[in-house]
Design a protein around this ligand. Structure first.
Ligand SMILES: Nc1ncnc2c1ncn2[C@@H]1O[C@H](COP(=O)(O)OP(=O)(O)OP(=O)(O)O)[C@@H](O)[C@H]1O
Length: 374
């Protein structure tokens, strides 16, 4: 398999004109330019996708089922041809319309939901599978190094069926990482683990990827997972890229109502623009859209920006309390009947029906022309 040097050389190679055409300066490890893929000609599964991943970056593809996450991952791996657009790995053109470099020449590492370990091979042999070109001694050293990094020392002689789900996942990761891939592709790698184990594995993997400085593309439909793992998140909807940004920006400054709604609890309060200000039942907000006088807009507010204070004379009422361990999430009915949410500390316990005054912190409110479809 490849070494770091081979990677650098490959990106800079190209003695003939034909080769030169296939290479471009490696400003990024992975770049997609206006990529579209379709299983059926008339219905693109992903459409006009552009993004790049920098060296060592952990990038999450986040979106609901069927939005095209796996298709993008498969196109990067070379399993899926692109209809139009280009994919570059280390500056090398690997996919374009009518041109697909085979998977085995892309030097990508992959871990799928079901891990796909070889059941008849012991842990050490599973990890060493892609290292057959190395000498026996070198192979042993590399496997030992991975066992140590992933905490699998002592398990090398076990078969996959003798391991827990979390241990199997570590073997799958080791098998991918031991080959020093240009990019590591992870497709919902925690979906087969129970919540506690998934959370532990997320933290372990994060530390490991940081230590190895491995550029990683992680597919998930779970926004908490994306927030916990990613340097940047690409939010997808119906085959299109809605927003690509840091987790904080995605959460606090969503580009579209879909993103706002998908990545966390959000309330959309209707308002009217008068003299550059949006007037709503919850108060006034600056109109960042610079709408026409009298225009109808909605204000997106997160529960952490709405603070509920008990006040017998207030017109809003607590409808429900959801205890979430570190916080209470309250559903509150405004005098108009609209429901909004407020997150309060776990020690602030208010009864159903209690009257509360709502204070909104305007720092993270976002104005949209319309609410997302119900
Ligand atoms: N082999 C296939 N043949 C035809 N259509 C397909 C095929 N694979 C996927 N699709 C369609 O392409 C679209 C994108 O699918 P994809 O698997 O990439 O979505 P996803 O976001 O990964 O979904 P999930 O989270 O459920 O895995 C969907 O509409 C899906 O039905």
């Amino acid at each position: 398999m490849m070494t770091t040097d081979a990677r650098t050389n490959r990106a800079g190679a190209g003695n003939t004109q034909a080769q030169a055409d296939l290479y471009r300066p490696a400003s990024s490890i992975l770049e997609l330019r206006s990529v579209s893929c379709a299983y059926e000609p008339a219905r693109p599964a992903v459409h006009d996708i552009s993004f790049l991943a920098r060296e060592g970056e952990i990038l999450c593809l986040l979106g609901p089922s069927g939005c095209g996450k796996t298709t993008i991952l498969r196109a990067i791996a070379g399993f899926e041809p692109v209809r139009s657009g280009e994919i570059f790995l280390s500056g090398r053109l690997v996919s374009s319309s009518g041109h697909t470099i085979p998977t085995e020449e892309r030097h990508v590492g992959m871990v799928f939901q079901e891990y796909a370990l070889f059941p008849h091979l012991r842990v050490a042999d599973n990890i060493a599978f892609g290292l057959r070109h190395l000498s026996k001694g070198e192979r042993r050293n590399r496997v030992q190094e991975m066992l140590c990094l992933t905490g699998l020392e002592g398990f090398e002689r076990r078969y996959p069926h003798e391991l827990s789900g979390g241990q199997q996942q570590r073997v799958a990761l080791s098998r991918a990482l031991v080959q020093n891939p240009v990019v590591l592709l992870l497709d919902e790698p925690f979906s087969n683990l129970d919540p506690d184990m998934a959370s532990r594995m997320r933290q372990e993997l994060h530390v490991l990827l940081r230590r190895m400085k491995t550029t990683t593309i992680l597919v998930t439909h779970d926004h908490d997972e994306a927030f916990a793992m990613a340097d940047r998140i690409a939010v997808l909807n119906k085959g299109a890229l809605e927003q690509m940004d840091t987790p904080e920006q995605i959460y606090h400054v969503p580009a579209t109502p879909f993103v706002a709604d998908f990545v966390g609890q959000a309330d959309f309060i209707p308002g009217q623009v008068r003299s550059g200000t949006v007037h709503t039942e919850l108060g006034e907000f600056p109109d960042t859209l610079q709408s026409a006088e009298g225009a109808s807009v909605v204000v997106m507010i997160r529960p952490d920006d709405i603070h509920a204070v008990p006040d017998r004379s207030a017109g809003s009422r607590i409808v429900a309390r959801q205890f979430r361990g570190s916080e209470n999430l309250y559903t509150i009915r405004l005098p108009s009947g609209q429901l909004v949410h407020s997150s309060e500390s776990s020690t602030s316990v208010y009864q159903e029906g209690a009257a509360v005054e709502l204070r909104v912190s305007a720092t993270h409110t976002v104005i949209f022309r319309e609410a997302p479809p119900a």
